[in-house]
Design a protein around this ligand. Structure first.
Ligand SMILES: Nc1ncnc2c1ncn2[C@@H]1O[C@H](COP(=O)(O)OP(=O)(O)OP(=O)(O)O)[C@@H](O)[C@H]1O
Ligand SMILES: [Mg+2]
Length: 184
């Protein structure tokens, strides 16, 4: 369509109004293409998340490391399930993404550690721990932003909870604790 429209322009040389309209058509065609590509990427992303969640998190961390130059460590416990229900996988992935965004924007940390692990009593845990400046706003009087609220909500939806540990100068740990059976 883009190429046909380009050809059509040649026949309209000198006709400013037609040229303008064709240019607008080309623009909206490009937008449609762009959206379609994004839908394909998102769809692919979801399947991959479901099939191999830990591997997708590893990729996310590799990109994070390349973009931030922070030291990144990643560990997966042997009890971590190999396959995760697709909606749950997406919620967990978004929790990690938001925690990393907060590390990048607010922590001033040198390193971050992410663990897909095990918690007491058949529960699974996801931990994102940084060595940054820490904050009182996580536990203190300041109203949390949308990020913390969203992470908390996603953990709740999965029947779990979100824990935050942070003190000024002591780094920050975000931990989602989730019932095993909700994830598989
Ligand atoms: N890893 C961290 N290190 C230091 N401070 C943090 C960290 N994570 C969160 N905070 C503090 O907690 C506040 C709330 O975080 P939250 O993600 O809820 O909101 P936000 O990042 O400010 O905005 P947004 O709604 O865009 O996420 C932050 O503004 C920041 O002060
Ligand atoms: Mg945030």
């Amino acid at each position: 369509m883009l190429i046909d429209l380009e050809g059509l322009k040649l026949g309209q040389l000198g006709n400013q109004r037609a040229l303008q309209e064709i240019a607008e058509l080309q623009e909206s065609t490009r937008d449609v293409l762009k959206n379609l590509r994004q839908v394909l990427i998102d769809l692919r992303g979801q399947t991959a998340l479901e099939e191999d969640f830990a591997e997708e998190v590893r990729r996310l961390l590799a990109r994070f490391k390349a973009n931030t130059q922070l030291k990144v460590e990643f560990a997966v416990s042997s009890s971590w399930p190999s396959k995760i229900r697709s909606q749950a996988a997406l919620d967990l992935y978004r929790i990690i993404e938001e925690a990393l965004t907060n590390v990048r924007l607010h922590s001033g940390a040198h390193s971050v550690e992410v663990v897909l692990g095990q918690a007491f009593d058949h529960q699974l845990s996801i931990e994102i721990k940084d060595d940054g400046r820490g904050t009182e706003s996580v536990t203190g009087p300041r109203k949390p932003g949308m990020g913390l609220l969203g992470m908390r909500e996603r953990a709740l939806i999965l029947g779990g909870r979100l824990e935050l540990e942070s003190d000024v100068g002591q780094g920050t740990t975000v931990r989602a604790i989730l019932p095993h059976e909700q994830l598989i």
